[in-house]
Ligand binder design. Structure first.
Ligand SMILES: [Zn+2]
Length: 226
């Protein structure tokens, strides 16, 4: 009986000691474990990706919620970290994004457009709210795009006079040729059929290369060739 008790006591003391030792050397143990795991992952890449994928598919919703919560809780820290990383590896980041965009750009634009069409009012409301809450940022972006457009306009050449353009505009009798809506000649804006943002330095635009468009048509056209 005595023996048995002694054994039990000895075991609990050992367990406690073990625990204390583990707690004391926690960082070192974790560090070693991390190195070991990284090595294992490197050597068994396929197995790890497969099991990760399996886990993700099985727990998709849970993971999404957890990620969202983690992001919301640590938003400021995460954004700071990301920004720091971005500035440290700016060139690399831009290059990799360009590569990605080149590969997936068409798909991304399509998805964005679909999403916008589906949630038009909602997106508009969100944008407006953002503009209201960040007036300085919004004005900065607006100013930058205005400056950029001005810069681009300096790159190209108009091979027609103002009067020639006005004559072409007046010939429409104030009807937008794209949507056939009457807006009045004054409200028709000059549209470059080949987008200015894509024009090479010194590109010449003749009167045939421009068209009068109403503002909504011109805005929705953006950098497309109509
Ligand atoms: Zn129009």
């Amino acid at each position: 009986m005595l023996d048995e008790n002694w054994r039990k006591e000895y075991l609990t003391i050992r367990q406690l000691k073990d625990r204390i030792w583990k707690l004391k050397n926690r960082d070192e143990i974790l560090r070693k474990a991390r190195i070991y795991m990284a090595k294992y992952r490197r050597e068994n890449k396929e197995i790890c990706t497969a099991s990760k994928k399996k886990y993700y598919i099985k727990n998709k919703e849970k993971i999404k919620i957890r990620r969202k919560k983690f992001y919301n809780d640590n938003e400021v820290v995460i954004n700071k970290k990301n920004l720091k990383y971005y500035y440290k590896n700016k060139e690399k980041q831009i290059a990799s994004f360009k590569k990605y965009y080149h590969r997936k750009g068409e798909e991304m634009r399509k998805k964005r457009k679909e999403h916008y069409q589906k949630n038009k009012e909602e997106t508009k409301a969100i944008n407006k709210k953002w503009q209201k809450n960040n007036p300085e940022k919004y004005h900065k972006i607006e100013r930058q795009s205005r400056i950029r457009r001005k810069e681009i306009l300096h790159k190209i050449v108009h091979a027609f006079t103002d009067n020639e353009w006005i004559a072409k505009r007046n010939a429409t009798n104030g009807v937008c040729p794209s949507c056939n809506t009457f807006v009045g000649t004054e409200k028709l804006t000059l549209d470059h059929i080949f987008p200015v943002s894509k024009a090479e330095e010194g590109r010449v635009y003749t009167l045939d290369d421009v068209q009068p468009l109403c503002k909504p048509c011109n805005c929705s056209k953006n950098a497309k060739i109509l």
